[in-house]
Design a protein around this ligand. Structure first.
Ligand code: PGA
Length: 233
């Protein structure tokens, strides 16, 4: 099971240095704030990025920088970026192409309201999967129900199961690939065992709980079927 730690815009330089030392022996994917990424060179962890830019201009994050930092995974289409940064379908497609060209695995985040029919998920999947000349099997999906992102709620496990099974079936039937599907939204050490026991989730995308190193270690210890090697390119 793949554990992705998405720090968003959190932690001071002092806090992140202590975090880096404490996480060295753990097989997790770390996504610190971009200015801290160069600090993550010493551990068993794998470095990921919260973003890549669609433009070549001041303030962006280039794919070349990510390649040289040995970044293996990048989030694309996170709900917050679709809504706050206005990442459009076109931008999302461009980023995925750039990443795959450079042997970095994109994690395509897709979100909906838990009570929705599947149309919105289908649109978000089709937008990317209808592209030609990309290796679809290299794309990871992260399903995040909107109301659970950053809210630390009790997770409706039946809903998660239903949505993840739908996503897997839809992609297999329509695109003939078996993509890994992660879950994100309100994951913490109290619900991680139940999520794992659904036996259909290939990984977790963890925001708030990833900021507390003890919480990360608790989560890690509750999950023991590590499968990171499958994701090497
Ligand atoms: P959360 O965030 O774990 O704080 O709910 C998840 C995410 O935004 O990816």
């Amino acid at each position: 099971m793949l554990i992705i730690l998405n720090h968003k815009m959190n932690l001071t330089i002092k806090e992140i240095k202590a975090y880096e030392e404490a996480i060295r022996d753990y097989n997790v994917v770390l996504m610190p704030q971009t200015p801290y990424m160069g600090l993550f060179t010493n551990g068993k962890y794998i470095l990921g990025s919260q973003c890549i830019s669609e433009y070549n201009a001041t303030g962006g994050v280039s794919v070349d920088a990510l390649v040289h930092l040995n970044v293996k995974y990048v989030l694309v289409g996170h709900f917050e970026r679709r809504n706050i940064n206005r990442d459009t379908d076109e931008i999302i497609k461009f980023k995925i192409k750039e990443l795959l060209k450079n042997n970095i695995l994109p994690i395509l985040c897709i979100s909906d309201n838990e009570e929705n029919n599947h149309l919105s998920l289908i649109n978000q999947i089709d937008n990317v999967f209808k592209m030609n000349e990309i290796n679809l099997s290299k794309i990871l999906i992260a399903y995040e129900p909107i109301n659970y992102i950053g809210t630390n709620q009790n997770i409706n496990l039946n809903m998660v199961k239903e949505k993840i099974l739908f996503i897997k079936k839809y992609i297999t039937e329509n695109y003939s690939t078996n993509n890994q599907v992660l879950y994100g939204g309100s994951v913490n050490s109290n619900n991680v065992t139940e999520l794992k026991e659904l036996k259909i989730i290939d990984g977790l995308l963890i925001g708030s709980a990833s900021l507390n190193i003890n919480e990360v270690i608790n989560i890690y210890n509750k999950i023991n079927n590590w499968n990171l090697l499958n994701h090497k390119i």
